[in-house]
Design a binder for this molecule. Structure first.
Ligand code: NAD
Length: 394
């Protein structure tokens, strides 16, 4: 029998939804690069229902309990008295979502001698101390591609929200105003701008494809350069590094994982090198940028806007400066947890559990750490050198 500890975000303030805005979600047939959708033996939830919150239980309870396993679900994840810390010492599997991360620090891993598998329900496993997982032989897995397009769509929305000054304009409507000049004084067309993607992986490439019809000049950087055919198709300008890209664009969109190479990549010096009036959208991880340098650059006008959905820590305190900094179009960490995305990463989590519980290999493309080293997607997208660990930042 395995004990599975599942950390999910709390239910809606209005309670678990009795009904939904739409009756169904579209049926997809695969991911853009040909990767197959999750293949669990079956699912015990209705696609399109809210399974990412505590009452939704990722649809896992029936399956796990029928097989004799124990499932503990909680949103209480902070501090030594939290349910998470109390349940961790005899847990075999921890599942957590980046939207409400249970930070698996080296300290916590040391207090979990039975822990063998850490699943990220979604994408991005930086809330797990990967060095510590490697040392302990813990497998780290996530549902690669499950919410990549969800994030790409949110990114395009936030780029447009910033450049066109959507948030301030919407606020005038809510306040009963019709203040055209107030709205227009910071509103531009995206057309003709230089837009740069940091890390054209699954999300970054999807953003490039979605922005191409906007008649912008597309730039990108990436550890391994894209095929020349893709560069030609989308008319991309390749930059060998972030510094080169940052000084040549009007909009930067960040899509790299958080790992030692990207930790505080956008510091005060990198921001100062950017064009005056540039915009940054960051739906990757908050600690890729320097929190206070972003606030300073928005306040002194060097940056024209900042948006994204990733914060540190999560949830952020009520006085986190990004809640009130000028010209922001921030959201909570929601881009990758649409009801559409939940159906995919819920099924993917079940697929990983079914494989692991029956001693079968987990799909290679889901692996971040396995057998004491970076594996699968982890080997191509992450580095480890012991300098970054969850909880080390702001
Ligand atoms: P991916 O593995 O397909 O792509 C990541 C890319 O980053 C890879 O191509 C890798 O080569 C590149 N890269 C890594 N370090 C780099 C560096 N220093 N410079 C340039 N390129 C670098 O992953 P993905 O599905 O595109 O997701 C990317 C990240 O987005 C995740 O790791 C996660 O942190 C974040 N994410 C956020 C949400 C959300 O809800 N906001 C959801 C999913 C993923």
């Amino acid at each position: 029998m395995a004990k599975v500890l599942l950390v999910l975000y709390p239910d809606p303030l209005t309670g678990y939804p009795p009904a939904y805005a739409r009756d169904s979600i579209p049926v997809l047939h695969g991911y853009p690069d040909g990767q197959t959708l999750p293949t669990p033996s079956s699912i015990d939830f209705t696609p399109g229902h809210l399974i990412g919150c505590v009452s939704g239980e990722l649809g896992l309870r029936t399956f796990l309990e029928a097989a004799g396993h124990q499932l503990v679900v909680t949103s209480d994840k902070e501090g030594p008295d939290s349910v998470f810390d109390r349940e961790l010492p005899d847990a075999d599997v921890v599942i957590s979502q980046p939207f409400w991360p249970a930070y698996l620090t080296a300290d916590r891993i040391a207090k979990a001698p039975r822990l063998k598998l850490a699943i990220t329900a979604g994408i991005g496993s930086d809330h797990v101390d990967l060095d510590a997982a490697i040392q302990r032989g813990i497998t780290v897995a996530e549902e690669t591609y499950s919410n990549s397009i969800s994030v790409a769509e949110h990114t395009v929305m936030q780029i447009l929200a910033l450049v066109r000054n959507f948030v301030a304009s919407h606020r005038w409507v809510e306040q009963g105003g019709w203040n055209i000049a107030d709205c227009a004084q910071r509103a531009y067309d995206l057309e003709g701008m230089d837009v740069g993607i940091i890390a054209a992986g699954r999300i970054g490439l999807a953003v490039l494809r979605r922005l191409a019809p906007f008649s912008v000049n597309l730039h990108y950087t990436k550890t391994h350069r894209l095929d020349r055919a893709v560069e030609r198709e989308l008319n991309l300008t390749y930059h060998p590094d972030t510094a080169s890209l940052a000084r040549n664009v009007d909009v930067v969109s960040i899509h790299a994982p958080l790992h030692p190479q990207t930790y505080r990549l956008f510091d005060a010096a990198m921001l100062a090198s950017m064009r005056r009036g540039a915009y940054i959208v960051n739906t990757a991880r908050a600690e890729i940028v320097d929190r206070d340098a972003i606030v300073a650059a928005l306040t002194d006008g060097h940056l024209a806007g900042y948006a994204g959905d990733v914060w540190y820590p999560q949830p952020p305190p009520t006085d986190h400066p990004w809640r009130s900094m000028p010209h922001n179009a921030m959201t909570p960490h929601v881009s990758g947890t649409t009801l559409s995305a939940q159906a995919r990463y819920g099924a993917g989590t079940r697929e990983i559990l079914e494989a692991w519980l029956s001693g079968k290999p987990i799909r290679q493309e889901y692996l971040i750490v396995d057998g004491g080293h970076l594996a699968g997607v982890g080997a191509t997208s992450y580095t480890v050198d012991g300098t970054t660990s969850p909880g080390s930042g702001h």
